[in-house]
Design a protein around this ligand. Structure first.
Ligand code: URA
Length: 252
């Protein structure tokens, strides 16, 4: 299949239809998935203004790091580790094949995901499904999909650093249980959560990163791609790089 057709099948066509001249685009500034990337309350007044409730510990009988899948799901549903529990309808742990080789990690549930309890079911999810299909993958079959935070940030704001940190044990345990052969970090919050460092997508993509011995590839978040057609071809390159990396791993 040629690249133009695949990009079309990803729902991203037509190719190279720039909305602004390339010289006016500031790629790394535009890479954020929702609003500003949050490193501190100062950088995210929306998060800083939220009242910090006194969270009730759910006093897990066993630590998250030792939980099985069903315990993890129950603990996420009962979780009150951060303010995101206050407005969620439900926690959205993840979806897919728990024996999957592929793990895709996004940012956090939006309104539709909060409603139905499954990650990436809205517009961005449809695009993610098309992206998966473009490299021969299908949600639920050899793919697991999760997010950096399990509860919807109000107004779909970017999760704050403390919310990501509070939720991180859940993602860590999911990865430990899955033992995927490849992790795809979609967007800056996912990449920063997993790599535990400042990430600029433009600089981080195209490289093989490492998450505790598991190859990790950074790419754009589907919601960003919906807004920024300019980068659709780069997302295709990233998918090819993922596919190629996985094929190499299978030979190893
Ligand atoms: N965006 C995300 O990052 N995750 C979802 O589940 C939905 C939208």
């Amino acid at each position: 299949m040629d690249r133009e057709r695949i990009v079309h099948e990803m729902g991203l066509g037509p190719i190279w239809k720039l909305r602004t001249p390339a010289t006016e685009v500031m790629p790394d500034a535009a890479m954020e998935t929702h609003a500003a990337i949050v490193e501190s309350p100062e950088a995210n007044p929306a998060a800083a203004e939220l009242p910090v409730p006194s969270f009730v510990s759910n006093a897990d009988a066993i630590p998250v790091s030792a939980m099985a899948w069903d315990e993890l799901a129950a603990a996420a549903s009962a979780c009150r580790r951060c303010r995101l529990c206050e407005q969620r309808k439900q926690a959205v742990l993840g979806v897919g094949d728990t024996g999957a080789d592929w793990l895709f990690v996004g940012e956090g549930p939006g309104a539709e995901e909060d409603e139905c309890g499954e990650p990436f079911v809205g517009q961005a999810g449809k695009l993610l499904d098309n992206m998966l299909a473009a490299i021969g993958l299908k949600r639920g079959r050899d793919v697991y999909i999760a997010n950096a935070v399990k509860c919807r940030p109000p107004e779909n704001r970017t999760p704050a650093a403390d919310e990501i940190a509070a939720c991180r044990p859940f993602l860590e345990r999911q990865i430990e249980l899955l033992q995927p052969k490849l992790i795809a970090a979609l967007g800056r919050p996912a990449a920063q959560t997993l790599l535990q460092t400042e990430v600029k997508i433009g600089a981080a993509r195209g490289k093989l990163h490492d998450y505790q011995g598991i190859p990790l590839i950074v790419s754009y978040h589907p919601a960003y791609l919906l807004r920024t057609l300019l980068d659709k071809a780069k997302a295709w390159e990233d998918l090819c790089f993922m596919r190629q990396t996985m094929e190499t791993r299978k030979v190893d």
